[in-house]
Write a protein that binds this ligand. Structure first.
Ligand code: PLP
Length: 394
């Protein structure tokens, strides 16, 4: 099918939640390149919203997944699953967590985190049912995670929402101190807010959240769905802040493109679920956990994590030097390969479109920000493609 035929089918049969999509469909990919149905090659600095960390058509990931598909895809968690147990071990050994539970998406992982906190206090007869989250946060599209998400546009049609999520301003220490109290079960944060434009939290604010969680016997929950798995140049973004969350969640990068999510918990949070408290049909199946095993091994033992840090710094400094020369950029934000370019004027869409015309894919957030989240295997030469294109445009 060509793009016009695909668009016609989509327009007629698919629920219209995405509005007018970017008018392209892809049929194959290799590294950071994608080939469209019209035979054109694009450079992917978006990675399917920070998902395809090993790029497209990664040789080892493809081979191991083909092998897994041939042997076994799904058995249910009624039975033991070797890849599931093995991936849980790798995540625990490389994080502050003691135990892991796999689901399929980021929203599901965050639901798991919320349930762990509720279950822990319920079991002890402690009246803690409130959660603190941030304005402009994003935690998913299920009803509980929409309630957690601090953006009116996602919540409005679905009210009344699940009690009780209190949204405080990011980096406003006074606001946070005023909101946390005896009823607080958890404080849930993205350390770099992704969907609202790559906005990092200050160290001071995160330290305060950790302090308040401890003081009020609440769980510190870090949503690493986007920032985790090497995206920021460290395996988990919490490492940049020198904190150890009670619970953190993963999804996007963990399967390198295969759907998998994880809720990872430490200490008392790791023991909160008892048999029957939580479950899943698909979560942690042999296929998705095989993908996770390859991704983790490539990151930790094949240089991909180091590459993300190095090329991330290179790309950020390249973008910063453009910002110095051109008067139109307000700020370059982010860490590793999670980068936001904020313009002074409402020109993000126009620049995003012009980059698209140059066959370069980036994300556009709101009216002012470009979100740049390429595969973690990107080389410096490939990073230069975006740097020179932006330089030319600005
Ligand atoms: C994408 C994202 C989610 C939701 O993940 P889904 O897989 O779409 O459910 C949650 N939190 C953060 C920080 C995200 O970036």
């Amino acid at each position: 099918m060509n793009i016009d035929e695909i668009r016609e089918l989509d327009g007629k049969y698919y629920m219209n939640t995405f509005g007018e999509r970017i008018p392209v469909a892809f049929k194959s990919g290799s590294g950071i390149k994608l080939e469209s149905t019209e035979g054109e090659t694009y450079y992917d600095f978006f990675a399917g919203i920070a998902v395809n960390c090993l790029g497209h058509g990664h040789k080892r990931l493809t081979e191991e997944l083909c092998d897994q598909v041939k042997n076994l895809m799904h058995t249910s968690s009624v039975y033991y699953i070797e890849n599931q147990a093995h991936l849980a071990k790798i995540l625990v050994e490389n994080s502050c967590a003691d135990r892991v539970f796999f689901g399929n998406t980021g929203a599901e992982a965050n639901e798991g985190a919320i349930k762990i906190a509720k279950k822990y206090f319920y079991d002890r007869g402690i009246d803690k049912t409130e959660f603190i989250t941030l304005k402009n946060s994003f935690h998913g599209r299920t009803l509980a995670t929409v309630a957690a998400t601090g953006q009116e546009k996602y919540q409005k049609p679905y009210k009344p929402l699940m009690e009780k999520f209190i949204h405080v301003e990011a980096n406003n220490c006074e606001g946070l101190s005023g909101a946390v109290g005896e009823k607080t079960a958890g404080i849930m944060l993205e350390l770099i807010q992704g969907e609202s434009g790559v906005r990092p939290l200050s160290k001071e604010f995160v330290d305060l959240a950790a302090y308040l969680a401890k003081k009020f016997n609440a769980f510190l929950i870090i949503d690493e769905v986007q920032t985790g798995i090497g995206r920021t140049g460290k395996l988990f973004a919490y490492e940049h802040y020198g904190i150890e969350p009670d619970i953190f969640t993963l999804a996007k990068g963990l399967g390198g493109g295969i759907t998998i999510g994880a809720v990872c918990a430490r200490g008392r949070a790791a023991e909160a679920f008892k048999p029957g408290d939580h479950g899943t049909t698909f979560g942690g199946n042999p296929l998705s956990t095989r993908a996770g095993l390859v991704v983790m091994d490539e990151l930790l033992n094949n240089g991909v994590l180091k590459n993300a840090e190095e090329v991330g710094s290179y790309l950020i400094s390249g973008l910063e030097s453009i910002a110095e020369r051109s008067g139109s950029i307000a700020e370059i934000r982010g860490k590793g390969l999670m980068i936001g370019v904020e313009f002074k004027e409402d020109m993000a869409k126009e620049i995003g479109n012009k980059l698209f015309d140059k066959k370069i894919l980036v994300g556009v957030v709101g009216t002012k920000v470009l979100r740049i989240v390429p595969p973690l295997i990107i080389t410096k030469n490939e990073a230069d493609i975006l740097i020179s294109a932006l330089d030319e445009l600005l």
